[in-house]
Write a protein of this length. Structure first.
Length: 314
């Protein structure tokens, strides 16, 4: 009886000793574009944040620009995160100069899947909880990005007032080139920027045919996990023959193709993104094309949208 009491007491001591001790594995993010501002990482309109830990714990995407530093995960993919996990994640984030943590349900074991870098190398679990370690962009960093894009726009358009109207497109070009490993602060970066902007000019007002820049998002929802949104960006070519419209991507990390019809600025057809094919609908004007889609796959319900933009003026 005494021996059994000692054994039980020992077990209790060990249990108490290890309560609250959570070991999380940190993986550094090495993508080319690590920011949310015009980049592949989403920004939300608002979300819940717990502020009682070493750094804030976000339950959704923050509503201000940030950059991803890395991700945190537990070795047990089925572990249910509680306050001990959140405290450990906040402390680990602070060690890596993070300003906050974003908790993600049903996420991949790394962070590259969301940015579409080497997707075949990612091992994923639909039930796993992970965390992104982020740092918020400073006003100086945001201003520096704006200044460089404005400089490039002025050099490209000269005194044409269209420069201001193309600010959003230019920022997307910056992200696309950055994802391709191009530094806009170099002469080669400036040349690539000008070449890309030239491809995005319409051949004639109102003519949809030609080069477009696209940015989209896609999420997969299943019975076991909520939607985990991933973003992508690239270049595409649009061709129009009467009411028939075809779109084929020719740059970026995601393959996109669309075939359908255009009537009174309304698009209907079939959209393919990576390995997903779905009926879709959307709208098109001379400056923007927007397509929404939803499809039922073996992994769950895939839904998302793609917006195509191009330069105006000059």
């Amino acid at each position: 009886m005494k021996s059994r009491s000692i054994t039980v007491a020992t077990a209790i001591v060990f249990a108490l000793a290890f309560t609250g001790c959570v070991n999380l594995r940190y993986s550094k993010y090495t993508g080319l574009d690590t920011s949310s501002r015009y980049g592949p990482w989403p920004e939300g309109s608002g979300t819940m944040a717990e502020t009682r830990f070493a750094v804030p714990i976000y339950r959704g995407w923050p509503d201000k620009p940030y950059k991803v530093l890395g991700s945190l995960r537990h070795e047990d993919v089925n572990a249910r995160w509680n306050d001990d996990f959140f405290a450990a994640a906040a402390n680990e984030a602070k060690k890596h100069n993070g300003d906050a943590v974003i908790i993600r349900e049903g996420a991949e074991w790394g962070v590259s899947k969301i940015a579409d870098t080497k997707p075949s190398s990612i091992l994923s679990s639909s039930r796993q909880t992970t965390a992104l370690v982020i740092r918020f962009l400073t006003p100086e960093e945001i201003s520096a990005q704006n200044r460089r894009v404005v400089e490039l726009l002025k050099a490209f358009f000269g005194n044409d007032p269209a420069a201001a109207a193309n600010q959003d497109v230019a920022n997307l070009v910056r992200v696309y080139l950055s994802n391709s490993g191009i530094d806009l602060n170099t002469d080669e970066g400036k040349r690539q920027f000008n070449d890309t902007m030239t491809k995005l000019r319409p051949s004639a007002p109102g003519n949809l045919s030609g080069g477009w820049l696209f940015k989209g998002s896609e999420s997969v929802e299943s019975a076991l996990s909520g939607g985990d949104e991933k973003g992508f960006i690239g270049l595409a070519s649009v061709s129009v023959d009467g009411e028939n419209v075809a779109i084929i991507s020719n740059g970026g990390t995601v393959e996109i193709n669309f075939t359908g019809t255009l009537s009174k600025n309304r698009l209907n057809g079939q959209l393919g993104i990576g390995g997903v094919s779905s009926k879709c609908e959307g709208a098109a004007t001379g400056e923007k094309i927007s397509i929404s889609f939803q499809s039922l796959t073996s992994d769950g319900t895939v839904r998302g949208n793609v917006v195509f933009q191009r330069a105006t003026g000059k």
